[in-house]
Design a protein around this ligand. Sequence first.
Ligand SMILES: O=C(O)[C@H]1O[C@H](OP(=O)(O)OP(=O)(O)OC[C@H]2O[C@@H](n3ccc(=O)[nH]c3=O)[C@H](O)[C@@H]2O)[C@H](O)[C@@H](O)[C@@H]1O
Length: 439
Amino acid sequence: MRALEDDLFPSTPGKVKIERAGGAMNRQLHRCFASTSTMFLWALFLVAMTASYLSFQSFVDTSSKYFQASWGGLHWERQIRSSAAPRRPPGSSPNAGISVLVTGAAGFVGAHCSLALRKRGDGVVGIDNFNAYYDPSLKKARKALLASHGVYVVDGDINDARLLAKLFDVVPFTHVLHLAAQAGVRYAMENPSSYVHSNVAGLVTLLEACKSADPQPALVWASSSSVYGLNDAVPFSESHRTDRPASLYAATKKAGEEITHSYNHIYGLSVTGLRFFTVYGPWGRPDMAYFSFTRNILQGKPITVYRGRDHVDLARDFTYIDDIVKGCLGSLDTAGRSTGSGGKKRGPAPYRIFNLGNTSPVTVPTLVAILEKHLRVKAKKHVVEMPGNGDVPFTHANISLARHHLGYKPTTNLDAGLKKFVKWYLSYYGYTRGSSKSL
Ligand SMILES: O=C(O)[C@H]1O[C@H](OP(=O)(O)OP(=O)(O)OC[C@H]2O[C@@H](n3ccc(=O)[nH]c3=O)[C@H](O)[C@@H]2O)[C@H](O)[C@@H](O)[C@@H]1O
């Protein structure tokens, strides 16, 4: 047995060695195990530390976001309520007065409409994201002008569903005048996603808030003459084709018309879409031709005048801001009620589309000649073929429908309107006739 044992487990130095080696190995394994478990504990400790650090960071982030948020809090809510309260002049009906949420209130048309609504005693709350598409200081100046008339403009984005829900929570708005958008026909080739972000995603976020609000507001919003695209039947009438947009900008505005229709159909939201025709005037948009031409002419810089095929001048149905404001307010006043509440439709609601134009197109060279006259400076014109950038050769509005339903009747021609614009421009940018900055 022993021999067998010795055979099987020979008492050899090797065995002894093995035994010794096994003991050393055990000790090593033990040590190794001990150090592994120490390492494991350390790792656990580190993971726990990292996790608690991260959750502390996220707490700090969340709370600092909360504390830094430009909206929220009791004081903010008081400002919103006060701005939204109609203040009809003494003697008028106590029930009169609507409460309007104006998106894009620090924009050109938004600021003018907000002011006009406030002046006639309606409640107005604005929202604007003050983006840098053009000089935000002009938007801030418009905001300051509105503030001096008691209109509060929230610094926020229409894509912020929480902010919109909060606004509808604080105020039962009767109307939404939706003017926030990524504007500009040619910029769509440079920054296409900004058009989808504001004109499609932002619109849907706003519609979701409107449809869920109780009461549901009536919506009036800015579409565009650009939806007529390649349509060449003139003057452009609401019954004409709008399925051939010439630019992404136009396509997003056309999409907006379809999207608002679906919300009207499903949720009973009252919708009025307004197709604006090249709106201009004081406090205007620096990216538009009349504005940038004025700046360049005054600075002695050349202007680029596009010309259509076969040397035909481009023409626009330029529409003065005061006429557009009347069309917007007329739309708010005649918008039927939304029928739904809390996201449920209770019956059919109005869906309307109107052209808001001037009905007398003017060529771009004539626009330049009028500016030269009012500025008393000759322009350095650089005439080039119209690049394929989404521009259409002309626009011309038929406004019969708006005249009939809104009492819309434009009264300012391009010469009179540009005279007012130039007066504002010179004063706003500090030009005085005869001074060093003079004409
Ligand atoms: O009516 C509309 O739907 C659109 O009107 C304007 O678009 P647009 O008519 O292109 O206005 P401008 O950018 O002021 O251009 C007016 C005319 O001047 C021309 N132009 C523009 C810029 C320039 O450097 N040179 C030039 O000849 C354009 O081709 C166009 O014929 C607005 O910019 C859009 O936001 C709006 O939706």
